[in-house]
Design a protein. Structure first.
Length: 272
């Protein structure tokens, strides 16, 4: 058992976990980024953490926690009440991702919440297996990839219009650089279609390379070209328009993989 094994890290916490709690090992060791990385622990339960789990550094959300007789452990905490509120937002988001008529009122999930959903979906359950399954079903985590893709397609639509606006004003250089922002959103959407819902963007290029065979060499090359879009400014407006056509092809590929997301085009879509 390596020193970073979650069962070793959690052995002093598991006995304190209540029947209504869920304890998971999360982080880069469990979402395909870095299997050798030390895991983090995530605790979900009503109210405060179990008696005997004490925060020594940081706020309640994430901190270094210790239990008598154990080494400090990096551990996050969410209450079941917070997850219930997130579940209500997810219900509205799932509806918006399937029904184009309500996409103008697209619900917002901040990065912290999306990290939680990803970790709950991909983490290794160490305690509270039945309760973890209840939350996974209530939060619709089998559809997480769909509403993550929908979020990023919405953002791509905004970025694309910004590029066109800059071109209309003759600002070719800034329009070229904005192509990279289009690429960032399309990359996240494309990864979501193959089940990669990690919201931590600094890992997305690595995840793209790890899944290049699934994504396809053509779309991989197009995405990487958009991420390096700054030099397109030197090629003038024609080069930028060509890059936008590549972006539209990637978007079309996302919709082919997730046809329920199909709606208005990126040129006309209204984003809240």
């Amino acid at each position: 058992m390596r020193s970073g094994d979650p069962k070793a890290l959690a052995r002093h916490i598991v006995p304190l976990v209540r029947q209504s709690d869920v304890l998971l090992a999360v982080g880069p060791a469990f979402d395909g980024r870095d299997p050798s990385a030390p895991p983090q622990l995530l605790l979900i339960g009503p109210g405060q953490p179990p008696q005997g789990v004490t925060a020594t550094v940081g706020a309640m959300r994430w901190g270094t926690y210790s239990v008598v007789g154990s080494d400090p452990v990096r551990l996050g905490f969410w209450t079941s009440q917070e997850l219930s509120a997130i579940a209500e937002t997810v219900d509205r988001l799932v509806l918006a991702s399937h029904v184009s008529a309500v996409r103008a009122h697209f619900p917002h999930l901040d990065i912290r919440t999306r990290k939680l959903l990803h970790d709950l979906r991909r983490g290794e359950v160490l305690a509270g297996h039945s309760e973890a399954q209840v939350w996974r079903e209530r939060l619709g985590l089998d559809q997480l990839h769909l509403y993550v893709a929908a979020i990023h397609l919405q953002r791509f639509a905004v970025r694309r219009r910004q590029v066109e606006g800059l071109l209309e004003n003759g600002d070719v250089e800034d329009a070229g650089w904005m192509l990279s922002a289009c690429g960032v959103e399309l990359l996240a959407a494309l990864l979501a279609t193959i089940g990669e819902t990690n919201p931590r963007r600094h890992w997305h290029p690595r995840l793209l390379r790890l899944n290049e065979e699934t994504v396809g060499a053509e779309d991989t090359a197009r995405i990487l070209g958009l991420l390096r879009g700054g030099p397109c400014g030197a090629g003038g407006a024609d080069a930028i328009h060509a890059a936008l056509r590549d972006a539209d092809r990637i978007r079309a590929g996302v919709l082919r993989r997730c046809p329920s997301l199909a709606g208005p085009s990126a040129r006309s879509e209204t984003v809240a």
